[in-house]
Design a protein around this ligand. Structure first.
Ligand code: NAD
Length: 455
């Protein structure tokens, strides 16, 4: 290795270790939120979007585990019947507001923090309005589905001085954390390129095409809805921000790619012969949460995966060039026979492979392989934490502990703010634009924020 690249290497390493050390001592975003509770009082929460994620992960599970720290003061949804059901499910006795009364809810219930778990395209509206009305915000991913929303969110946060947390639970968990530590260390040297393949299977993948996620106007496409997790992880692992994006995408499996279709599974005349027939009546929770209230808003949770109006791509490839020079190749396919991820990093000194998918042909095979140039590869599977709690293999629990419990440290910077939320959404938005136009898209052309970066 020549002297110049050694110096570069060392400088990058020092910057990374200094940053991690600073993060250990810095006040977490969660502590900022806690500070807004009146002294000696619990943090007052309002929830907008009382569907599956809202009523369970941010509803019942929060009430059950963090009642010494927080209390719900109001719930809001465009479907008040669903909100009433959520109120019972969560076991809280609070007023319920229609979406059109969101502002009245803030004025009357006076929450410190608003949790946003609506359909994706409305996140930015509620997050922005909540900050304008004096609240901090915890927002589910994706933070935004359009570039204009990103700009408004950042401007509002700056103008109001309020705090916004984006709930990137995928930064948590053994695999994600192990990757972060390796990339932040020096073993691979300067990272030159990265690879990320996401496989969604015919059950999980299809579930997106049964509901609003299959329409770009609601979800921003899976490039925003789903890939916002992966783009955020990559930005965070690489400690870098995106500069330019190019993508291809198509609806090649679901939607119009079939010989028959219906409105939804329950009313379908093809139940016997459709491989994707799904009997929602088998789940009491689904019946209570969605079917019981579908007359109010027409939300069919068991919509047809062959709906002609589906325009969210099910097959996509994206190339990202980062401001620090790293290039990323990303793909997502939503109709796979199995589920998982393959992730790799190519550095000056070697390569890291992460096999995060089932391999029945080699069941004992480790998930991680670190191959350093001129050395024997090292393989291992990181041990999951013994105290994991909450959904998604403990990732939700770890995230909520950081937000709601006092005196938490965040040495890996797992709690994401608005800038991280915007950056991950913008990669998906830029990819969508690239698919529509056939052009490469510069992030700086989508948003007017300083793009200075330390490298
Ligand atoms: N981080 C994760 O792992 C994870 C997992 C699941 C879902 N999510 C996110 O959580 C959010 C909700 O997902 P879900 O699966 O609960 O969906 P859902 O369809 O079950 O719930 C969405 C709720 O929003 C309500 N809503 C729709 N438009 C509204 C509006 N304009 N105003 C107020 N309420 C409105 C709906 O009536 C519904 O109750 C999504 O943004 C999704 O990306 C994140």
């Amino acid at each position: 290795m020549d002297l110049k690249s050694h110096q570069l290497d060392r400088r990058a390493f020092l910057e990374k270790s200094t940053k991690l050390a600073m993060a250990t001592s810095a006040l977490t975003l969660g502590s900022h939120l806690q500070a807004s509770a009146q002294s000696g009082k619990k943090l007052k929460l309002a929830l907008v979007g009382t569907g599956s994620r809202g009523s369970a992960t941010w509803g019942r599970a929060v009430v059950e585990r963090y009642s010494d720290q927080v209390e719900y003061v109001a719930l809001c949804d465009i479907n008040p019947e669903r909100a009433e059901y959520a109120k019972k499910y969560m076991g809280v006795n609070v007023p319920v507001y229609h979406a059109t009364d969101f502002e009245r809810m803030i004025q009357e219930a006076r929450p410190d923090t608003v949790i946003v778990t609506t359909t994706d395209c409305f996140h930015a509206h509620y997050a922005t309005r909540a900050m304008e009305l004096g609240c901090d915000v915890i927002c589910e991913k994706p933070l935004a589905t359009e570039a204009e929303q990103c700009q408004k969110l950042l401007d509002t946060e700056k103008a109001t001085g309020k705090k916004l947390i984006v709930t990137f639970n995928a930064r948590h968990g053994t695999t994600s954390e192990a990757i972060k530590k390796i990339i932040a260390g020096d073993e691979l040297g300067r990272i030159i390129s990265a690879e990320f393949q996401e496989y969604l299977d015919i059950s999980h993948g299809a579930s997106y095409f049964r509901r609003w996620h299959g329409k770009i106007r609601f979800s921003g496409s899976l490039l925003v809805h789903k890939a916002s997790h992966h783009f955020d992880q990559m930005n965070w692992w690489l400690d870098a921000e995106p500069e330019e994006v190019h993508a291809f995408g198509k609806v090649a499996f679901y939607g119009k790619n079939h010989s028959f279709r219906s409105r939804n599974c329950r009313s379908c005349p093809y139940q016997e012969k459709c491989d994707f027939y799904w009997d929602i009546t088998q789940s009491q929770r689904m019946m209570d949460l969605y079917v019981a209230h579908e007359e109010v808003d027409g939300y069919l949770r068991d919509g047809c995966v062959w709906d002609n109006d589906i325009d969210s791509y099910d097959s996509m490839t994206v190339e990202v060039k980062y401001r620090n020079g790293v290039i990323l190749g990303y793909s997502l396919n939503a109709y796979m026979p199995y589920e998982g991820q393959f992730i790799a990093f190519n550095g000056e000194k070697g390569r890291l492979d992460v096999f995060n998918y089932p391999r029945p042909w080699e069941p004992e095979s480790p998930d991680f392989r670190l191959s350093l140039n001129f050395k024997e590869p090292r393989t291992w599977t990181p041990e999951p934490p013994k105290d994991a709690h909450g959904g998604h293999g403990g990732m939700d629990g770890s995230l909520k502990d950081l937000i709601f419990l006092e005196n938490q440290k965040d040495p890996l910077e797992q709690l994401a703010g608005s800038r991280a939320g915007v950056m991950s959404s913008l990669i998906g938005i830029a990819a969508r634009k690239s698919i529509e136009t056939g052009e490469r898209v510069k992030i700086a052309d989508l948003i007017d924020i300083p793009l200075a970066w330390r490298f």
